[in-house]
Design a protein around this ligand. Structure first.
Ligand code: TZP
Ligand code: MG
Length: 211
């Protein structure tokens, strides 16, 4: 069974930010640069497109010992044999964690998004394997940001890995890591960079520098 280990660099895909490069090409470059986890998060694809891309990403990741997570839909996660599923707060209404686990299987990873200390507090007692927290800095997909102030408090109460996300890049990642954060997720810092492999390697080296 795959687990989410600390000191992970986690890339969330986003075709719309990838500058005409396919998500498969982006993932390939991130893997060469040392990414630990890839999440397929594509909001403009239909079910068949998600299944096709998901199958390709799943094989690519498993062949490179990279953890592969599917966003939003446990049935797609199951069908492409992903290592896990990522759910947002609103997804929980459709798929409570117990339901999602039944669909994807008990040995799979479930991650949950949280956007406030209150949501985090609730999530920590749910049957999920990691908790994503953000947006830390301003980002395209959300119209607010939380900042770095509460990071130490969350790390003090968490019993499972926390993945910090939202507007994080090479210029500001130290502000998050210096508070004790061990796992970082990002979209644009990798998918929109000119040299995705090198950017990934530099981000990973930053995390490793705090071990
Ligand atoms: N959840 C919280 S912030 C975010 C998601 C999906 C977007 C992160 O994208 P970026 O480009 O790393 O700011
Ligand atoms: Mg979702």
């Amino acid at each position: 069974m795959r687990i989410i280990s600390d000191y992970s660099l986690y890339m969330v895909t986003g075709q719309e930010y990838s500058k005409e490069r396919s998500t498969l090409e982006v993932a390939n470059n991130a893997i060469k640069g040392g990414i630990d986890i890839v999440q397929m998060r594509e909001k403009d694809m239909n079910r068949q497109e998600l299944l096709d891309l998901g199958s390709s990403l799943s094989s690519l990741c498993s062949g490179n010992n990279v953890t592969f997570i599917v966003n939003d839909d446990p049935f797609i996660a199951k069908e492409v044999d992903a290592d896990g599923l990522h759910l947002g707060q609103e997804d929980l209404e459709k798929y409570p964690i117990e339901e999602a686990r039944k669909i994807i299987g008990k040995d799979k990873i479930i991650g949950l998004s949280t956007h406030s200390p209150e949501q985090f507090e609730k999530a920590k007692d749910l049957d999920c394997n990691y908790i994503a927290y953000g947006p830390i800095f301003s980002t395209k997909t959300k119209d607010y940001s939380i900042g770095t102030d509460g990071i130490e408090d969350l790390l003090g109460i968490a019993q499972k890995p926390i993945i910090f996300i939202g507007g994080i890049n090479l210029d500001n990642i130290d502000k998050v890591l210096s508070k004790g954060a061990k796992n970082i997720a990002l979209i644009r810092a990798i998918v929109a960079s000119d040299d995705m492999e090198t950017e990934t390697r530099k981000l990973k080296a930053k995390i490793d520098g705090y071990r």
